[in-house]
Design a binder for this molecule. Structure first.
Ligand code: HEM
Length: 508
């Protein structure tokens, strides 16, 4: 008996290492099968590869590593979607797994601890705030009710351009248009201001003096959004942000913006202001009355929403028209065709109105091509995965940052013929739309976090461009040719031209 036990023990002996291996690895997780990507250096990962225009650096990397790429920025895992298919996988198939936002240092501070829509993590609070704002700011009824204001401001821009004999700074005119629409001044005095087309910021912060103040503050906000904070990539080194001065800059910008928002809120809380006869109820009133009703909404949420509107609502529309006008100047035959369309459809009426826009088919093709070649928010707004998902057979762990690269998607040679060329004809007869269903072209994003201002953004851009083409013939300043037009980009979440677009406008 003892002999047979010893024998079976001896026979089992070779299996011992295998059993030990299985025992030791029982609780170990399988290593995730991550998408391919560049080799990451210790500590910095691939941060050194990004440069000032990360959408272009990432596009170059995706040509080497493919449409789904994994890399590390500092300590942080990042995936980059660079094709329509991978964008669809993240923003449609796995939208719920990927619809949060990363808690970046600057966003945290400037959104009052994520009490906003654009930068707050996915959850009940974001859903509530987005719902209120969609009803109060972005519903078709609201957008329609602000139509006269959009028209008046576009007319004002046309008048201002017509009054200039030298080359016009079109970038400045468009920026001014977008800001006027956002911060619409009231009829009477600067205290008795009334509704804006979407918020009601009250005073004309873009008026001389106030305007340059707002512009400077917002330029700094943009710079801080793109600024490098150690905390975001190396959480243990967050204290270095004090040494670099970034923390102090952030605090300064925060308190300037806070002062501005507080003024708007105090004004709306003032009983005299509230009784003002001429004043229609606006979004701030609506948010304040929800606050008064005891709902879980505070002044900080209202300030967070104001920040979103200042940042997301104005320079996006102006940049879209600016880039498209620059391309039209480089492509005179396209300009001519677009002008012929708008002039023949609108006739001798004197201006283009919103009711004309539906008939301007070629103009819409021109704008689509503008968005394809120059996506204004080229990496959308960074997202963060909420839970693990599998895309294209690869693991995408929870808490991975997601970048969707619109530059790569817009120049994907397997989708677009001659992708480097600006040619609106490619959209003639094409069913591709820009409203978040066709992932080849999603300038407003897609899925749950799609831009809620898309409807109004499209109207402003179409109305402004149509009137510029209808009212003027455009020439380059004397001594310059179309080859001289500088098409370089300035760094930022929203991509602007590096140099202002200056053109000579001839009234027709
Ligand atoms: C041509 C004009 C515009 C463009 C190209 C644009 C583009 C975008 C893009 C790409 C996103 C990110 C979407 C995503 O993550 O999937 C976004 C988000 C957003 N946009 Fe716009 N936008 C424009 C106009 C506006 C306007 C006029 C407003 C409002 C005043 C606005 C308010 C917002 C807000 C609040 C978000 C955050 C949505 C969320 O996270 O839930 N945008 N926009």
């Amino acid at each position: 008996m003892a002999y047979s036990s010893i024998l079976s023990l001896l026979l089992l002996l070779p299996l011992l290492p295998l059993s030990l291996y299985l025992l030791l690895n029982r609780n170990k997780k399988k290593k995730p099968d991550l998408p391919p990507g560049p080799t990451n250096l210790p500590i910095v990962g691939s941060l050194h590869r990004l440069g000032l225009l990360p959408h272009h650096s990432l596009f170059a990397l995706s040509r080497k590593h493919g449409p789904l790429m994994h890399l590390k920025l500092g300590n942080v895992p990042v995936v980059v979607a660079s094709s329509a298919d991978t964008a669809r996988a993240f923003l449609k198939t796995h939208d719920l797994d990927c619809c949060s936002r990363p808690p970046l240092t600057s966003l945290d501070r400037l959104s009052y601890g994520f009490n906003d829509i654009a930068f707050s993590p996915y959850g009940g609070q974001w859903r509530e705030l987005r719902k209120v704002c969609i009803i109060e700011l972005f519903s078709s009824k609201k957008v329609l009710s602000f139509r006269p204001i959009r028209q008046e401001e576009v007319d004002r821009m046309v008048g201002s351009i017509a009054s200039q004999t030298d080359a016009v700074d079109l970038s400045e005119e468009l920026m001014s248009l977008a800001n006027h629409i956002t911060c619409r001044q009231g009829k009477q005095s600067n205290l008795h201001t009334y509704v804006t087309y979407m918020t009601a910021v009250g005073k004309r912060y873009y008026a001389p003096g106030e305007g340059s103040r707002l512009k400077r503050i917002l330029a700094e906000t943009e710079a801080l959004f793109m600024g490098f904070f150690f905390e975001d990539y190396f959480p243990l080194l967050g204290w270095l942000d004090r040494l670099t001065g970034m923390r102090a800059r952030l605090e300064r910008n925060f308190s300037e913006l806070d002062g501005l928002y507080q003024e708007v809120i105090d004004e709306h809380k003032d009983p005299a202001w509230r009784r003002e006869e001429d004043r229609e109820e606006d979004a701030i009133d609506a948010l304040l009355s929800i606050e008064r009703s005891g709902a879980n909404l505070t002044d900080e949420h209202i300030k967070g929403v104001l920040m979103n509107i200042f940042v997301a609502g104005s320079d996006t529309s102006s940049a879209s028209v600016e880039w498209t006008m620059a391309e039209l100047m480089r492509h005179p035959s396209v300009m001519k065709k677009a002008q012929e369309e708008v002039r023949s459809i609108v006739g001798k009426k004197g201006k283009v109105e919103e009711s004309d826009l539906d008939r301007l088919y070629y103009l819409k093709c021109v704008l689509k091509e503008g968005f394809r070649v120059h996506p204004i928010v080229p990496l959308l707004v960074q997202r963060e995965t909420i839970q693990h998902c599998r895309v294209n057979g690869y693991d995408i762990p929870a808490k991975t940052r997601l970048l969707v690269n619109m530059v790569a998607i817009g120049r994907d040679a397997s989708v677009w013929e001659r992708p480097e060329e600006f040619d609106p004809e490619r959209f003639v007869g094409s069913a591709i739309d820009i409203r978040g269903h066709d992932f080849e072209l999603i300038p407003f994003g897609a899925g749950r976090r799609i831009c809620p201002g898309m409807g109004v953004g499209i109207l402003v851009v179409e109305l402004a461009l149509a009137n510029l083409l209808y009212s003027f013939d455009w020439e380059l300043p004397e001594g310059t040719t179309k080859e001289d037009i500088d098409m370089s980009e300035a760094p930022g979440i929203t991509v602007h031209r590096k140099s202002h677009l200056r053109l000579v406008a001839k009234r027709v």
